[in-house]
Design a protein around this ligand. Structure first.
Ligand SMILES: Nc1nc2c(ncn2[C@@H]2O[C@H](COP(=O)(O)OP(=O)(O)OP(=O)(O)O)[C@@H](O)[C@H]2O)c(=O)[nH]1
Ligand SMILES: [Mg+2]
Ligand SMILES: [Zn+2]
Length: 301
């Protein structure tokens, strides 16, 4: 038996800077500190830990199946590890940024985690504009689920539960879209704090400030992970050459480009731009691609 196998196994359900909450296989939660200064675990990690008084020490992080993260210019922000899927939650109000949505999808794709989009607040009149903004995404195969989590909770629960059953689902999205509302609807013991939208908008504050793992069922088989809303969504971890391959609508047409190293910006014989001209790729998608590509190829000092 290896040394680490003798230690207790636990699941990181929350991280609070210097310490973590680790859940044991029987559901007990223990405050744990990482061994040494480095704190490199994230929510969703399976860890080996050792009791130390009433608290614990994390000795080892088990290998991860995947890790969802973003990389801004100066820092890397890990969202969570070992996920079965990501629900990107956007809303009719505040109107979401398509660029942020596209970036979240690219991050999930590059981490090889399946995604779905939930469009919330279908009870509001601005829903039509939001729905048309999502049309290109539905067209290239993303499952787009339109809901009113607060206004029509029973319908929302019936739509979502079959998609979540037995999985660990990370709920990602800008502030004020209803992520915590969704968690509270499906995980009755969660009591995640829900913010009034006016407040969230006026102060620029996020209601949820930490990532937190919640079980929806007493058997602890179905999990939802609440997270703070993001504003920035850097993708510095991505190799610019890999970018079109992470955007399914562009990817479909890259084999048609004349040059194998086409950047789909201005080259002659570009299959992606030809698809744009035929209306098979939306203008906004190619614009967002260009913006991200620009960011990734800028010289850094
Ligand atoms: N009109 C309408 N409002 C909703 C709906 N669902 C949620 N809201 C409201 O949207 C606001 C924000 O909800 P939250 O669940 O706190 O949003 P969040 O995504 O967790 O926000 P952060 O924690 O700041 O990232 C609250 O006032 C909710 O009541 C809905 O279906 N329709
Ligand atoms: Mg929240
Ligand atoms: Zn091209």
């Amino acid at each position: 038996m290896t040394k680490t196998a003798a230690l207790d196994l636990g699941l990181v359900v929350a991280g609070h800077g210097r310490h973590y909450i680790v859940e044991t296989p029987d559901g007990e939660q223990i405050i744990c500190h990482p061994r040494g200064k480095k704190s490199d675990c994230v929510v969703g990690d399976r860890v080996r830990w050792q009791a130390s008084g009433d608290e614990g020490v994390i000795e080892h992080v088990e290998p991860r199946r995947n890790l969802l993260f973003r990389q801004d210019e100066w820092k890397t922000k890990s969202f969570a590890a070992n996920l079965d899927q990501v629900l990107v939650l956007v809303a009719a109000e505040p109107m979401f940024s398509e660029s942020q949505l596209a970036r979240a999808l690219i991050a999930a794709e590059s981490a090889d985690i399946p995604v779905r989009i939930v469009l919330n607040k279908a009870d509001l009149p601005t829903i039509d504009a939001a729905r048309s903004r999502l049309a290109p995404y539905a067209a290239f195969g993303v499952d787009v689920i339109e809901l009113a989590l607060k206004a029509r909770p029973d319908e929302a629960r019936d739509r979502l539960m079959p998609l979540l059953q037995g999985k660990a689902t990370f709920v990602l999205g800008p502030s004020g879209t209803g992520k915590s509302t969704l968690i509270n609807l499906l995980a009755p013991d969660a009591c995640a704090q829900v913010g009034e939208i006016s407040q969230a908008l006026n102060t620029g504050r996020h209601t949820t400030t930490a990532t937190q793992w919640y079980w929806t069922d007493p058997e602890r088989r179905t999990a939802l992970i609440d997270s703070p809303g993001f504003q920035e969504f850097g993708l510095r971890q991505i190799d610019p050459k890999a970018l079109p391959g992470l955007m399914p609508d562009l990817r479909q047409h890259t084999p048609e480009c004349r040059f194998y190293n086409c950047t789909h910006q201005h080259e002659p014989g570009c299959g992606v731009r030809a698809a744009l001209a035929r209306g098979e790729i939306s203008e906004s998608r190619l614009r967002i691609y260009g913006e991200i590509l620009n960011e990734l190829t800028q010289t850094r000092w």
